[in-house]
Write a protein that binds this ligand. Structure first.
Ligand code: ADP
Ligand code: MG
Length: 317
């Protein structure tokens, strides 16, 4: 039998986590805490996300992909606020069945995305748990203090925009479950497995956006959050919603899939509002509707008919 049990806590931190602590303020994880100062005129932007084995990922999902998705969902929140990623804290409660190769793969996923997005591990905590593995990342970004678009900034008369394409991840989950077959389905599955946080674009959007949010719960739910915090309503033109080629093919073949596209989650695009006449044209950004007085989100089809979507975003409770 191979002995691939986890080493003791301190060896584990030294061997696996310390090499990821590239930021000087983390002191190679050789202290109790990390120190961080924002640049003059900047603020720190903070966000935590937790994932639980058996809830957000499966025990046999590749550990490097679990790590990258965990980091990326946090980076997506930072991106929506125009923040450049700086670092993160990691609280890892590892199940008693965790083997060292799993941890090594998990750490290699973190290393890959640290490099891709330019951030450092800053600290964290490591424990064993009799329950399922629970992983929590607190991401820290830096934004210009006067350039952080909040959920509450939308006003009647604003246009509503979204980056990239919507619905790919929800349709990708169908592909992986075997309930959708369409040409180009690999793209859909890839979008579900590994989100692409819009970090660079988010920084540019923050310069022009009045309100912004990342689309993690689905377009309707997340636009609903903007409307609620801004005390306004939104009207979306369904046919202006940007779709990838496979998503378009899928919904042409089965219009019931509009529900997945409009209400499904995990897109990790940025949804934002801006006053009319967005002077600076942003690449990969589509106008999908407008903000009006009132409350709630209404979707209209090509004929201007209200389009009813019943399924809300995923809720844990
Ligand atoms: P304490 O005994 O005060 O809880 P630890 O021994 O847990 O401290 O942590 C020692 C150092 O290692 C600290 O700098 C802490 O931030 C870091 N650390 C512990 N676990 C992790 C982890 N999972 N990821 C990153 N850093 C960690
Ligand atoms: Mg301590």
């Amino acid at each position: 039998m191979v002995d691939d049990a986890l080493p003791d806590e301190f060896t584990l931190i030294r061997r696996y986590f310390a090499p990821l602590a590239t930021h000087a303020g983390a002191a190679g994880l050789g202290d109790d805490v990390a120190l961080l100062a924002p640049a003059p005129g900047a603020v720190h932007v903070l966000k935590t996300d937790t994932i639980v084995e058996g809830v957000h990922y499966l025990s046999d999902d590749p550990a490097d992909m679990v790590a990258r998705k965990l980091l990326r969902v946090n980076l997506s929140d930072l991106a929506a606020k125009g923040a450049r990623p700086v670092g993160y804290l990691l609280a890892a409660s590892l199940s008693r069945t965790t083997r060292e190769p799993w941890l090594a793969a998990f750490v290699s996923g973190l290393a890959a995305d640290q490099k891709e997005f330019g951030l450092s591990l800053l600290g964290g905590d490591t424990t064993a748990t009799p329950g399922p593995t629970t992983l929590s990342v607190t991401a820290i970004g830096e934004a210009m203090a006067d350039r952080v678009p909040r959920r509450g900034g939308a006003k009647p008369g604003h246009d509503v925009y979204v980056t990239g394409t919507l619905g790919d991840a929800a349709l990708g989950l169908r592909v992986l479950k075997g309930t959708l077959r369409v040409e180009g389905s690999e793209l859909l599955a890839r979008r579900f497995r590994l989100p692409e946080p819009r970090v660079t674009l988010g920084f540019e959007i923050a310069a022009v956006a009045a309100a912004a949010i990342d689309v993690s719960d689905g377009l309707i739910a997340d636009l609903g959050h903007i409307c609620e915090e801004s005390r306004v309503a939104a009207e979306v033109e369904r046919d202006a919603v940007p779709l990838s080629a496979p998503a378009r093919a899928a919904v042409m073949a089965n219009s019931a899939l509009w529900t997945d596209i409009l209400a499904g989650g995990d897109d990790y695009e940025i949804l934002f509002t801006a006053p009319p006449g967005l002077s600076k044209s942003l690449p990969g950004v589509s106008r999908i509707g407008r903000i009006v007085a009132g409350d709630g989100v209404r979707i209209r089809d090509a004929k201007g008919q209200l389009f009813d979507v019943k399924v809300p975003g995923y809720r844990h409770f």
